[in-house]
Design a protein around this ligand. Sequence first.
Ligand code: ATP
Ligand code: MG
Ligand code: MG
Length: 394
Amino acid sequence: GSTIGVLGGGQLGRMMALAGSNLGYRFIALDPTTEAPCGQVAGQIVAGYGDQEAARELAKRADVITYEFENVDAEVAALLEEEAYVPQGSRLLYTTQHRLREKRAVEAAGAKVAPYAEIASEDDLRAAADRLGLPAVLKTATGGYDGKGQWVIRSEEEIGPAYAELSRAGTELVLEQFIPFVKELSVIAARSPRGEIKTFPVAENIHVDNILHVSIVPARADASVLKEAERLAARIAESMEAVGLLAVEMFLTGDGELYVNELAPRPHNSGHYTMEACATSQFEQHVRAVCNLPLGETTLRTPVVMVNVLGEHLDAVTEAVVTGQWLSDAESGLADVPDTAATTGFNVIPKVHLYGKNGSAPKRKMGHINLLCGDVRDGLDFIQQTNIWRNQHL
Ligand code: ATP
Ligand code: MG
Ligand code: MG
């Protein structure tokens, strides 16, 4: 079997390795921490992402190289492209590492983004705020995640402080018009070097404190909107000649317009639902795409709600697992969804995925649960009644 090298050893790499092992591939991950989640199921090189020696070693030991996050050092990516087979190329990374380049690529594919402006000075910001109107969202062009590196500017008085704060990062900034969305949606597209493209069903995403809380599939929106969202994602993957997965985050407005928020050239948290709910998981699809195998079917087999397990939820979830209430086995029970009221009290089968991370901390992603349901309402009610997440807004 061939060996797949993964830049990054977090949970995305781990689930990629778990899926790819079943296809007979071996995995090796490069990660700075000795106990990376992926390293527990794959070989591991312990070194920084910018370490050229380590990158060379990865190139020697792997037949194919991919990545599980987009902030890989650009020089390392270029070096790997020269010394190893990186089917995704470094261009896709280069584009998605930078919000301005990314927006231009989305526009070139014929999709809409929120009106935006490039910001190089506080004067730029004042002029752009004037032109785009407030509220508006100021973001660092690179390096942001989980809402870090952004500021929603609601009044003139916030312009100075917002600029002072975000310009400290030393990267370019971008100001975006605030889109008063009714829902956030995402679509994961896969494209292989031979040009085959498939999209997964649209997920409806709810964030809490800028961290994904639940993904609901099927998304509760008009069929025409869902069709258009999938079409846009496929169109963007095609236009960028992406290889592997491309996750496309979108805003849906009240009048049915879709705006692309950002892209991720890798498996995405909002695609974890595919693990049991689709004919093929996003992780197997990614491996298939980078290895240029035929892509798998993406049909949804059952309604599903994915809920993230953060550090503050881990003890209660672990308790439910060890007492046998919740299972992780991937295949059992799909046909029994309507009959599970006896164990969970709801028409829900919880499929647990914990990442084996060392050091639980509040807000840290420690796992997720796919709630296979009769109807997504069952999954949402289940989450509310467990008293683990305690949310009022589902
Ligand atoms: P991620 O963790 O998904 O990578 P991120 O830190 O890169 O997030 P974004 O996805 O750009 O940041 O923004 C985070 C959230 O902030 C969005 O999911 C959305 O809820 C809100 N948001 C961002 N930009 C806008 C906008 N232009 N209009 C309205 N809301 C926005
Ligand atoms: Mg992001
Ligand atoms: Mg985002």
